[in-house]
Design a protein around this ligand. Structure first.
Ligand code: COA
Length: 250
């Protein structure tokens, strides 16, 4: 990948991790997961970083996992530990994670938000996880976290049925904190991040730890989902779904 697909920037005590592959609607490749995992880990260890921020591009936070990468695994290619490393780093991040979504938040673009501490989204945002349409299962411990956040029926509509949630739906479901206009998204995200960054860091770390609760059940669910997900990736029906996407007529 080009290193430019994930841009890491330090603004004072805020580390901004920006998805930057707009021509593919910010579909996330394995190299991009690697880079985000490393940024989260190193930022967590660096006393000068107090808050992590995720941002995407105008119109696309992310279209989810790169389907070409999924197809490669479905066709017998090696799977790496990159997604696991990223999800593990995100689920165990000690510093607050603030996210800004405009437009598409598909698949992991949605499930990332379940781990963020504050998500701002624009009115044009769409949260959707077509896992079962792709013959896959929910990931990122979403099968555990989404029912906790929004109740079992809304979680099933999102994760089992693949219903799209508008920004309003996502707000009502508790998936996001605030809806803000597109031209104010980045400034609102940065203002929240800077407010957090100005707080006593140890108190903030402890507050986040208490609010997140024990990580073991989350890491257990990540592993359980991951094993099923990998099995499903190699199924005939998943392979067919990926090939149908590649062959689709626009
Ligand atoms: N993986 C790889 N490439 C992707 C992608 C993905 N997840 N999502 C979009 N792209 C690529 C498209 O192939 C296209 O590339 P091309 O211009 O070289 O043909 C480009 O990004 C733009 O996508 P396009 O489909 O033309 O944009 P759109 O606005 O019409 O539709 C989506 C956007 C996200 C609705 C549609 O691309 C889509 O359904 N993507 C797959 C989403 C998905 O299933 N993700 C995995 C979830 S587990």
């Amino acid at each position: 990948m080009s290193d430019d697909h994930i841009l890491i920037e330090r603004r004072g005590a805020v580390q901004v991790i920006r998805l930057n592959r707009p021509d593919k609607k910010n579909a996330i490749t394995r190299a991009m997961y690697d880079r985000m995992a490393e940024a989260l880990r190193s930022g967590d260890e660096d006393a000068d970083v107090r808050v992590h921020v995720f941002l995407g591009s105008p119109g696309a936070f992310s279209s989810g996992n790169d389907l070409q990468d999924f197809l490669a695994i479905a066709m017998g290619g090696e799977h790496g530990s990159d997604v696991w490393a990223f999800l593990n780093a995100l689920a165990t991040a000690q510093k607050p994670v603030v996210s800004g979504v405009d437009g598409l938040a598909i698949g992991i673009g949605t499930t990332i938000q379940l781990h963020c501490d504050l998500t701002f989204a624009t009115p044009a945002s769409l949260f959707k996880t077509p896992f079962t349409d792709l013959a896959l299962v929910p990931e990122a411990a979403s099968s555990l976290l989404a029912p906790q956040v929004m109740g079992p029926q809304r979680a099933f509509a999102l994760l089992g049925m693949g219903e799209g949630f508008s920004a309003e739906d996502a707000h009502a479901a508790g998936l996001i904190w605030k809806i803000v206009e597109a031209d104010a998204l980045e400034s609102e995200v940065m203002a929240a991040a800077e407010t957090l960054a100005a707080k006593p860091p140890e108190a903030l770390r402890l507050a986040k730890k208490l609010l997140k609760g024990p990580r073991e059940p989350v890491l257990d669910r990540l592993r359980e989902e991951g094993a099923l997900f990998l099995e499903r990736l190699k199924s005939d029906e998943a392979r067919e779904a990926f090939m149908a996407f590649m062959a689709r007529k626009k």
